[in-house]
Design a protein around this ligand. Sequence first.
Ligand code: NAP
Length: 177
Amino acid sequence: MKKKRSIVLFIAQSLDGYIATKDESLEWLMKIEGEGDNGFSEFYETVDTVIMGKKTYDWLMKQDIQEFPYKDKECYVFTSSVVENTENVKFVNDDVTHFIHNLQAKDGKKIWIVGGGELLHSFIQEKLVDEFIITVAPTIIGNGISLFREGDYHLELSLKRVRNFNQFVELHYKKRR
Ligand SMILES: NC(=O)c1ccc[n+]([C@@H]2O[C@H](COP(=O)([O-])OP(=O)(O)OC[C@H]3O[C@@H](n4cnc5c(N)ncnc54)[C@H](OP(=O)(O)O)[C@@H]3O)[C@@H](O)[C@H]2O)c1
């Protein structure tokens, strides 16, 4: 299979590696003083496809949003249940590698894996993530939902860039070939 585009994780975590508290709060993250939109729109321009796990989707739909934030992209939500597609989202219950390889065989921009940790775990085990852009908040929350889960994997990355948005540090890594 010829891979025509890459999979990028773009996510924020606490200094101790959590993406949300156990009760799914992101309050600790929202109150950090960043700069502009902390590189989000610049990154968002580079993708045309958005992928997330069902818990991240459910969290998003519980927020006070006027409209679906990724309306202008192709959006897929992984779930083991059968859920009817919406105007904005296609629900996927497929082998992750098979699904991603099909997407990557098509021309287009990059593919964003939004999270959360559980879906990312399947992607990491299959070595599907080409780039990791992790924005670190200057907060230690002690426990919560981990970005990385324990498993039998080993990935070697190279550091592409480090920059800061006021109190946030953005780490950008690429998978080594
Ligand atoms: N800090 C950030 O930037 C950031 C970004 C994203 C998310 N989050 C937070 O992360 C939390 C959710 O993360 P999470 O790790 O608990 O859950 P998650 O990865 O978002 O979703 C887990 C669910 O996705 C489905 N899933 C995962 N892997 C699958 C696979 N290989 N095949 C089919 N379905 C699969 C399953 O849904 P079913 O149970 O329906 O089968 C599973 O229960 C939320 O609180 C969200 O706010 C934070």
